[in-house]
Ligand binder design. Sequence first.
Ligand code: AMP
Length: 426
Amino acid sequence: MFKRVPGTKDILPGEVEAWQKLETLSRNIFSTHNYREIRPPLIEDASLFNRSLGESTEIVQKQMFLIKKEEDVYALRPEGTASIVRAYIENNLDKTHGFVKLFYMGPMFRMERPQKGRLRQFHHIGCEALGSVEPDLDIEMISLADSLLKAYAIGGYTIVINSLGCAEDKLALNRMLQEKLSSRTGELCEDCKVRFQRNILRILDCKHEQCRAIVNSLDIRDKYLCEACKAHFTYVREGLDLLGVACEVSPHLVRGLDYYTRTVFEIKHGQLGPQQDALGAGGRYDTLVKQLGGPDTGAIGFAFGVERLLLAAQAADGAESRQPAGGNLVYLIALGAVARKQGMNILANLRSSGIAADTDYEAKSLKAAMRKANDLNARWVVLLGDNELQEKVAAVKDMRNSTQEKVNLSGLSGYFKGKINEAGTV
Ligand code: AMP
């Protein structure tokens, strides 16, 4: 028997409804903020990610799923931002639209050690606004993340924000850390010893206790920020305050990717466990569009991990909610060959009138077919046998209140439409 690849999941009927609900709520909120959907491909040239995320980042070093075909190396996308910036430039959206607001939903791939809330194929719901360096956009972006979580009815989260500053400030922060840490590398964890050489900023958000203690003693705060970046960050914090979006400022939030500049943020949730406590994250990337060949323009975005949103929602509900199918399903049970033929017509008519309809394809007995209708949570059963055919009627059973009545075959669609429109019928 074949098994699914470790770190991947089958999202089964009964589970998928919760996904659809999150997707629908997201679409609604994105649309009220005037974001439009974009669907880039799942594979890109691997070099797109090497260039944008950074050669020394964990994703590029260890986690990319690569496909080699002769000279070409493709990667299954580990995140959405790089693809969207590529699409923005390649499709000339910078010239035709200038400023754009885009959202996306879909699978991402990273070669991780699978555990709860950490998968190799996981899903993002994310958005990007490209073409502006204005701090008002940072405020909208973070409050949009907050609005989405409220729409999902997820509570108990904390929005943590920081500013990495412009490219020069990031270099200053790098230098500051080199100076302060060079005599203390022996005290760092094994990962941070490597980070010290390759990606020193990541030491700031290391979760090891001894590294945290060292980081806490460094007193870096906003000392590396230039005046313009300081003013930008103050504006953002004041704007969020004004909107009532609660944020915690942390000088230790750095994010793992090279492209981030100025405002970065992460949304943490207490019930996801210390290693994967982030529901979502994002930030500004004011140098990336130019770096990938586009105009010198600012941009900002974020992504939520859908699996983690669902875990947080379950923590709030207290249980994994599996939703039955059914709703307004009409289940046809046709007894005998003639009825079955006529039944196909009835099904086609109901469906073309927009009514969900199904029948038994397993040649079950009447009793077993009724059980199936029950399992499917069908709202009505339409019984069609020889007697009914002669009378040109069907026996319609209401599965909620167990009443039964005869309905003319020619009037079935109208009958169900009327019922569905009646107040209280779901
Ligand atoms: P990142 O692009 O790493 O900032 O990820 C954004 C969000 O995606 C995180 O906050 C997580 O919620 C989610 N995420 C990232 N990696 C994984 C993973 N391997 N499995 C599940 N969710 C993930």
